[in-house]
Design a protein around this ligand. Structure first.
Ligand code: BV8
Length: 238
């Protein structure tokens, strides 16, 4: 049992009960703004002020003291601490709620809202205030070269090789709080299945686009389903 490996993928649904919006729910982010206007390199080149304003608004929301990790984030951190085998946590989310819940390690495949990337020197720096076209890079000091350190549509997600290696070797793949709309993350379940032994589980509020690819599916709020799943795995495995 101890050498069995788990890969967990999370999406915006796991942060919903912490007060952060999802993307494709009826009240989600893409119901208010268009991807093409705020989440592509072309949008940033065309109107950097508008893109900065979009992420400044979300950064301010994330830093609101009312926003905190929920029972689902805490349960995943517990599994990472208590499971004897390897657990790789991959999140599509750009918030820091997994870290604040105590997760010891994770991959932010779509980047991080609380980090800035300098287009002049390449430095990635912590960034918690509003970012503008006049902001200075904390590393090289140049003005006007910062972007939020997130992966936009059309850009390569981060650490893909490490993720694919983990999917090829895992015994359990769990997808939590994602609609299965965005690739390559939406393809991870089929990557896991193709290793010939992984059990695949979807924990979501409702069936995702990729629901039929999962061997097992449980539906309900993450703060109920994830702690129950972690309790069960630590007690009886899967
Ligand atoms: C790339 C950061 C390749 C920014 C984001 C096939 C293969 C490869 C690419 C593509 C392909 N087909 C199309 C593409 C292109 C594109 C894509 O997938 N487009 C989609 C729209 C069709 N993919 C890309 O561009 C990716 N890049 O493939 O590069 C490449 C190759 C060579 C060279 C260069 C490049 C990059 C994608 C990353 C884009 N950035 N985020 C930001 O956050 O602003 S993606 C965006 O959607 C989000 O950030 C999030 O990460 C992602 C997925 O959203 P979800 O997390 O699933 O959220 P959603 O609202 O959709 O769903 C929430 C779910 O939670 C729902 O199911 C809901 O029911 C559930 N829920 C709600 N409440 C609860 C709950 N569940 C439990 N409990 C609750 N309480």
């Amino acid at each position: 049992m101890k050498d069995r490996r788990i890969v967990i993928l999370t999406g915006a649904g796991i942060s919903k009960e912490s007060g952060l919006d999802t993307f494709r729910d009826p009240d989600g982010i893409w119901a208010r703004v268009r991807i093409e206007d705020v989440a592509t390199p072309e949008a940033f080149a065309r109107n950097p002020d508008h893109v900065h304003a979009f992420y400044n608004h979300r950064r301010k929301g994330l830093l609101d003291q009312a926003v905190a990790p929920n029972a689902a984030h805490l349960a995943i951190a517990r599994l990472q601490r208590e499971w004897p085998g390897e657990v790789l946590l991959v999140t599509q989310n750009i918030d820091d709620l997994h870290e604040r819940a105590g997760s010891p390690a994770l991959i932010h495949m779509h980047g991080e809202l609380l980090k800035a990337r300098c287009l002049a020197c390449g430095a990635i720096s912590p960034w918690r205030e509003a970012m503008t076209i006049d902001s200075l890079c904390p590393s090289c000091g140049v003005e006007g070269t910062l972007r939020v350190n997130v992966v936009w549509f059309g850009e390569m997600p981060l650490e893909m090789e490490r993720i694919y290696d983990a999917l090829a070797a895992c015994d359990l793949f769990v997808s939590i709080g994602t609609s299965g709309n965005v690739y390559p993350a939406a393809g991870f379940v089929t990557q896991a299945r193709s290793n010939g032994r992984a059990h695949t589980l979807e924990l979501n509020l409702e069936p995702s686009e990729g629901q039929t690819f999962f061997a097992e599916r449980r539906y309900g709020p993450a703060t109920q389903e994830v702690p129950a799943f972690v309790e069960q795995v630590l007690k009886d495995g899967w």
